[in-house]
Design a protein. Structure first.
Length: 327
C-alpha cells in the first residue's frame, strides 16, 4: 500500500488551549513552581531541540544514532517481520529511518507527536522514502492514553518505539506510568524499543545541558515566549535565566528557569509572584544504570530482552517484552 504525503490524515488529539491554561495555573500555584517539559514543543521549540542535538556537548543523539547505525539490522531482526511501529515523540525521524530501512514488511508506522508541524514534516519525508509503509500519524500528547488508529494491515506485533532518552524526562512514578501505558498499548506479543541514557562522568552529563552556543538556554526560555503568545501570560523573558545542574544523588539533570528579579506574572485574573532567584522546575533528565532501568521495567511488568550500547557504554537502546509470570 502506498502512503503519499497528500494521503495522510492526522488524528488530531493534541491538548487544547484550555488544557494548557489549567496546566500552567497548577504549575505556577505549586510550591515550588513547576511546569511540564511538554510545553517546550511549539514549532520553534521543536526546531531548537533539533539544533541542540547538533551541539558538540550533546552526546546523546549522536551516540544513539551510532548505535542504530551499527545495530539496526540486529534490532530489526529482534522485532521481526510485519511489525506495527508506534513511535512516541517522533521528531525529525532520523533514527526511525534507519530502523524502517531494515524492518521486514512493516505493517504500519504510527508516529505520535504533539507538534503538528514537526509531525507532518517528518511523515512527509518518510512517506516519500518508504512508499510501501502505511503511515498513520497521530497529533497527540503521548503521556496520555492513546487510541491508536485501526491498522490497515494486521500486524504480527505492535512495538512502541521511544528513542532519545525521553523516558529520562519523567520522575520515577511517571516513568513507571508511561511504561505501563506502553505495555497496555503494545498488547500481547508486543514489545518496547527504548533509548535510555546511562550514568557516567557528571561533568560530561552537565555539559550536555549547558552548551557553549546557548541553544539549550534559548530552548528553555522559549517555553515562556510560547506561553505569552498562546495563553496570554506576561512573563518578562529577559528576566529569567536557564539553569541545568546534575543531582548526583538523584541521578538526574534538573533544569529550571530562574527569575533574576522580583516580579509578578499574570494569567487571566490571577497573579503569581516570583522572588528574586526563585527557580521554576521545567525538566528532569534522569540517567540510569542498566540495573536501575531493569528494576523499573520489572515494576511495570516488563523484562529487558536485549540491550545495545556504544563501546564506551554511554547510552543504550533496550528491547522490553512482557515479563513471564512466575509459576
Amino acid at each position: 500500500m502506498s502512503a503519499q504525503p497528500q494521503d495522510i490524515r492526522v488524528d488530531d488529539r493534541h491538548p487544547d488551549i484550555e488544557d494548557t491554561v489549567q496546566t500552567v495555573r497548577r504549575g505556577l500555584s505549586a510550591k515550588p513552581k513547576k511546569l511540564p517539559s511538554r510545553l517546550f514543543y511549539d514549532e520553534r521549540g521543536s526546531a531548537l531541540f533539533e539544533a541542540i542535538c547538533e551541539q558538540p556537548e550533546y552526546y546523546l543523539t549522536r551516540t544513539e544514532i551510532a548505535i542504530m547505525r551499527d545495530h539496526a539490522a540486529d534490532i530489526a531482526a529482534t522485532l521481526g517481520p510485519e511489525v506495527r511501529l508506534v513511535e512516541y515523540g517522533s521528531g525529525s525521524g532520523i533514527k526511525t529511518r534507519m530502523l524502517l530501512e531494515h524492518l521486514e514488511s512493516p505493517a504500519a508506522y504510527v508516529p505520535v507527536e504533539i507538534s503538528r508541524s514537526a509531525l507532518m514534516e517528518s511523515v512527509a519525508v518518510l512517506a516519500a522514502e518508504f512508499p510501501d509503509v502505511p503511515m498513520q500519524p497521530v497529533c497527540a500528547d503521548f503521556t496520555q492514553p492513546l487510541r491508536l488508529p485501526v491498522a490497515l494491515r494486521s500486524p504480527r506485533r505492535t512495538v512502541i518505539y521511544f528513542p532519545g532518552s525521553t523516558i529520562g524526562n519523567f520522575e520515577s512514578k511517571d516513568a513507571l506510568k508511561i511504561l505501563r501505558q506502553m505495555r497496555a498499548e503494545m498488547s500481547a506479543g508486543g514489545g518496547i524499543l527504548i533509548g535510555v541514557d546511562l550514568k557516567k562522568d557528571p561533568a560530561e552529563i552537565e555539559a550536555a545541558y549547558n552548551d557553549a552556543a546557548g541553544v539549550t538556554r534559548d530552548f528553555t526560555l522559549n517555553m515562556l515566549v510560547r506561553l505569552n503568545r498562546e495563553i496570554g501570560t506576561d512573563f518578562d523573558v529577559a528576566a529569567f535565566r536557564h539553569r541545568a545542574r546534575y543531582n548526583a544523588l538523584a541521578g538526574r539533570i534538573e533544569t529550571a528557569l530562574v527569575s533574576t528579579k522580583r516580579q509578578d506574572v499574570r494569567l487571566g485574573n490571577e497573579t503569581y509572584a516570583f522572588r528574586e532567584d526563585e527557580a521554576m522546575q521545567v525538566e528532569y533528565s534522569c540517567k540510569y544504570s542498566l540495573d536501575d532501568f531493569a528494576q523499573m521495567a520489572e515494576k511495570a511488568g516488563l523484562s529487558v530482552e536485549k540491550v545495545w550500547m556504544d563501546e564506551d557504554k554511554r547510552f543504550s537502546v533496550q528491547y522490553l517484552v512482557r515479563a513471564t509470570p512466575v509459576a
